[in-house]
Design a protein around this ligand. Structure first.
Ligand code: AMP
Ligand code: MG
Length: 335
């Protein structure tokens, strides 16, 4: 079920006079295969541009570390080392690998950055419009499993424990980069800001005189685009995923870009997930496995963590069902 997020303009009256002389600025640049948008409030254009430039530079740096589309990225160089060798990595890479491991543990392995070999098979399937051969999936699965990544926090080393492993940070990197970009803005004196990487948004202090940033959660179905819920957020993050543009339909079945790491197969259930939490690393990292876990197990997981909120949208035939966690119900309004 394709979902999308939009930043909504305020129509409600202001609750306080605007902070003196802050103006709104917006910047957009392509990074990590998508568009990053920065919306911020600053006293003047020069201050805004300087801060945005530094934030985008941080994203560029992270992309160079984490992309799997470039053999020269730090991540791909790590994967190219003979398995069983401890490799010293940068703080950024170690940090995201450690966080990824936490999400793997938390989701019982539904989030797993070692799915890379399977992701490759399914990317090829999309291009060639042909399902991967089952034996290729079996072979790929030998290099999958989050426990096959050994982390040594003291030496900042990573050891890949099986041959042909390929790490894929596509399920978490955009949220991580959005968080880091927001932190750069804050460090440069700009706290009323928001960084959006398509479906992953890191949100700082509210716009001047407003209680928060209004984000609309929309779903696209046969009836066209429609907004389903609105949330008002500050110092938080929201991510949404679904089988958006990246799917392939073969033999009447729609295969998502999200893989079940246990089976090596792409998801075929129509599910859209929107997660709200403190950081975009968390929301991006969790919306991917929540799709794998499905509504029932996903909801159990979220309800066990009071800081998380989730909205599931599922589509069976033409029947759309929405299910919100208790915290989501408290913080959202219907449109
Ligand atoms: P997202 O758009 O955040 O849901 O992330 C989807 C991307 O994460 C895919 O394109 C893959 O690169 C990667 N991915 C797919 N399945 C998984 C999974 N189960 N765990 C972690 N990453 C995944
Ligand atoms: Mg994700």
């Amino acid at each position: 079920m394709p979902l999308f997020l939009v930043l909504l303009a305020f129509t409600a009256c202001r609750i306080a006079p605007p902070t003196a002389a802050l103006q709104r600025f917006e910047f957009t640049e392509p990074h990590m295969g998508t568009l990053f948008n920065i919306t911020l409030f600053a006293p003047d254009a020069a201050t805004a541009e300087r801060a945005a430039k530094l934030a985008f530079a941080r994203i560029t740096k992270l992309d160079r570390v984490m992309t799997d589309y470039d053999d020269a990225s730090e991540l791909m160089r790590l994967c190219a080392q003979p398995y069983g060798t401890p490799v010293r990595v940068s703080d950024d890479l170690f940090d995201i690998l450690q966080t990824s491991r936490r999400f793997s543990e938390m989701t019982g392995g539904a989030f797993d950055i070692t799915v890379g070999p399977c992701v490759q098979l399914w990317r090829r399937a999309r291009r060639q419009r042909q399902l991967p051969a089952p034996e290729k999936i079996t072979t790929a699965l030998a290099a999958v499993g989050w426990r096959k990544v050994q982390l040594d926090a003291h030496h900042k080393t990573v050891t890949l424990l099986a041959p042909e492993m390929r790490l894929d940070l596509g399920g978490i990197a955009k949220g991580y980069a959005a968080d880091k970009a927001l932190a750069v803005l804050k460090k440069n004196g700009i706290s009323r800001a928001l960084v959006a990487a398509s479906g992953d948004i890191a949100i700082g202090e509210p716009p001047p005189g407003q209680p928060g940033w209004r984000i609309g959660i929309g779903s696209i179905d046969a009836a066209g685009n429609s907004l389903t819920k609105t949330v008002l957020l500050h110092n938080a993050a929201v991510s949404t995923s679904g089988d958006t543009e990246q799917f392939v339909e073969l033999g009447g079945v729609r295969y998502s870009h999200i893989i079940n790491p246990l089976t090596g197969r792409a998801l075929t259930n129509r599910i859209g997930v929107t997660v709200i939490a403190k950081t975009a690393t968390t929301t991006d990292g969790l919306e991917t496995p929540l799709s794998v876990l499905g509504v029932e197990r996903g909801m159990q997981l979220v309800e066990a963590h009071p800081e998380l909120a989730v909205l599931f949208v599922t589509l069976e035939g033409n029947r759309k069902t929405m299910l919100a966690s208790s915290r989501f119900r408290k913080i959202s309004t219907s449109d």
